[in-house]
Design a protein around this ligand. Sequence first.
Ligand SMILES: O=P(O)(O)OC[C@@H](O)[C@@H](O)c1c[nH]c2ccccc12
Length: 265
Amino acid sequence: MKSRIQTRFNQLHKQGGKALVTFITAGDPDLATTAALLPRMAEAGADIIELGIPFSDPMADGPTIQRASERALASGVTLEAVLAMVSSIRDQVSAPIVLMGYSNPIYSYGWQRFAQDAVKAGVDGLLLVDLPPEEAGELLPASKAAGLEVIFLLTPTSDETRIKQVSRHGSGFLYYVTVTGVTGARQSVSNSLADELENVRNSIKLPVVAGFGISTPEQAAQVAAAADGVVVGSAIVKLFEQYQGEQLQSEVTGMIRSLKDALSS
Ligand SMILES: O=P(O)(O)OC[C@@H](O)[C@@H](O)c1c[nH]c2ccccc12
C-alpha cells in the first residue's frame, strides 16, 4: 500500500505541482491551539505538515523556533501528549503529518514503542535532526516494521558517502537544507542552490524538498522550481509571537494560502 506521503507527491507530480511543507511546533503556545490549527493548515494548502516536538536544547534551530519550543515546554507539552493530540485530530487532517525533532525524547520513549505508537496515532513520518543514518540502527527496523517513514537531511556539505546512505535508508522524502547554519528567515536564496538540488535529485529516487530560510512566496516559488517542494518554518512560527486565538489562526492560514498560490502559479 502506498503511504500518505507517497500518494501526496504522486498527486502533485501528476498536476505538475510542488509540495508546500509547513512547520509549526506542537504545543505552541498550547496543544489545543495546535489541534485547532492543523485541519485549517491542510485546508489552506499545506501539502505536508511538519510538527516540531518541543525540546530543551534545539541546537539546529534559530531563535524563532527555539522560543516556540520554550513556549510549548512551558505549557507542559510531552511527547505522549503530542501523540494523543495527533490521534485526536487525525481524521480531520487530509495532509500527511511528519514529526520532527531531536533524538533524545524519542530515545527515552523507546524506539520501537515510539514507532508503533506514532503510527497508531496517525503520524506518517519522522525526521530527527541529530540522527544520521549510521546512528539510526534501532530506529530504522522499528520504523519499517511499524510503517513509519524516516526522513533524512542532506546539507551543502554532505559528501557522496552520506548521499548514498541517505538514499539507501531514507523514505518519504529527502530534506535538503539549503544553507549551513540554523533555521530562520534569510534575505536571499544562494546562487548555487539550483545546481546542488539537481545533483541531489539525480542521485536520489525520493522526492527532494528544500528548506531553511524561505520566508516569502517569491522565495518559495524560486526554490520550488528546482525541487519537489519547499519547507517554510520560521516565517510561520513568527506569527505565534504576534497573534493569538482566532487571529493567529487566520494569519497562519493566510500565509499558507499565499505560499501555496505562489507554488501553483
Ligand atoms: O525555519 P526555516 O528557516 O523556514 O526552516 C524550516 C524549518 O524550520 C523546519 O523544517 C525545522 C525546524 N527545526 C529544524 C531543525 C533542523 C532542520 C529543520 C528544522
